[in-house]
Design a protein around this ligand. Structure first.
Ligand SMILES: [Zn+2]
Length: 216
């Protein structure tokens, strides 16, 4: 948790982001984002509680958490060399094969398969987009629809599928540009990259007020 307190500015951003989520949640509650019918049942029955504690339905994105191996921001290239690069996400180390869980209910808008991210997913939840990289499995096309298929993990995720928070959506692998098993987790709000560690901190603070889920 050290990187959460490494500088003051993330907390300022956390305030902004948390404030923004109130707006997002309000729009979801009003049904204007079209997602009301698939919200968790509890949130349909307790909208007031949700507004007071907007992060309680968020899921930590990986099982078997082992630590944060690389934070959001400038860093040396992990592949060596003198160059600096901006790391648009948080690397969460976990043993290869650990299940990845969907952070927030949303729609799978992209099945990724490229040299950098490897096999991955992008999920849209209102104004938020969450990206998962270096997963196990392969990308396959059936009748014009893309799927992430991880047969030994028992998973098949379809582009366009709506997935609930906490759903297992893949497993930690070594695909793409990585030198060790971890989940690269990226977050965007309104098209702008956000430091995922700030969000995890807000989730932790929010969920600590209630009983802690086992994933913490
Ligand atoms: Zn990364």
């Amino acid at each position: 948790m050290q990187e959460f307190s490494s500088s003051r500015s993330p907390f300022l951003r956390a305030t902004l982001v948390a404030g923004s989520l109130f707006a997002v949640f309000a729009s979801l509650s009003a049904g204007s984002a079209g997602a009301q019918t698939s919200l968790p049942a509890q949130s349909r029955y307790q909208p007031a509680a949700n507004m007071a504690n907007p992060w309680q339905w968020a899921s930590f994105p990986v099982e078997n958490f082992r630590g944060y191996s690389s934070g959001f921001g400038y860093r040396q290239s992990p592949m060596g060399g003198p160059s600096q690069e901006f790391h648009y996400g948080l690397d969460i180390a976990a043993p290869e094969g650990s299940y990845i869980r969907n952070w927030w209910q949303g729609e799978v808008v992209e099945i990724i398969n490229d040299a950098r991210c490897g096999v991955g997913l992008a999920i849209q939840s209102g104004d938020w987009e969450h990206i998962y990289c270096h997963m196990k499995g392969s990308v396959e096309s059936h009748r014009g629809t893309l799927y992430l298929v991880d047969r030994s993990g028992g998973l098949q995720i379809r582009k366009g599928q709506v997935v609930a928070a906490g759903t297992r959506i893949g497993r930690v692998g070594m695909s793409g540009r990585t030198n060790g098993p971890h989940l690269h987790w990226g977050l965007k709000y309104g098209g702008q990259w956000v430091d995922p560690a700030v969000i995890l901190r807000a989730m932790y603070d929010s969920q600590r007020q209630r009983s802690l889920p086992s994933s913490w």
